[in-house]
Design a binder for this molecule. Sequence first.
Ligand SMILES: [Fe+2]
Length: 231
Amino acid sequence: MLSRPSQDVNELVVALEARRPLVASHCRRVSAYGVQLAAHYGLPDATIETIRVGGLLHDIGKAMVPSQILLKPGRLTEGQWRALQAHPEHGFDMVEPLGFDSDVLDIILYHHERADRSGYPDGLDGDSIPWAVRIVSVMDAFDALTSPRTYRQALSIDAARTLLARESADRYCPWVVSGLLSIPKPLLEAVAAGGAEQFRSDARPSEAVLRTATTPWIAAHFEKPGPQSAW
Ligand SMILES: [Fe+2]
């Protein structure tokens, strides 16, 4: 069970939205896709909640990655790639002091780990990647493929599912990918069309969050909003 009120989750997502709106909408869709899959498999309510919250926060560390790196259409330099790959650890450092359940922190820290050990930050092997993380990782990849990028158009739901099924044997959990393949397409279309959970646009951080010394990012953002970024 989460030891922090859900209000904190909403505040974090609202703060992310103000700074990196496209990352925030990606997080909402990943969360909603993950909940669909977990419900499809009949997973326990606590696991569904872990996936919902972990999906919402999985990329929050991208707030610390410069926009020019997130938006760069061409190939990243080695230094830029390292900066991008630091976002799971940035996210963990931002959220861990708030007291979230370790299962949620695992999603933030390990969602770029891959079954063939090609992932980061730790190069975990497939068996070491927690189940909730595997679900968010597949849905993260699915949403990335079905969203437009500066360097390519969005793939259709069918094309993205086919691509992931081809890659599932070595990089992604086959059980999760087969679940994605069996979710009715209208449900995925509803999420893609904005059927994800909505958040209050006027939400402000609570005193409890602002008092947390280890969340200067939230306090600084709400006191001195930085330049808006598309991503
Ligand atoms: Fe990520």
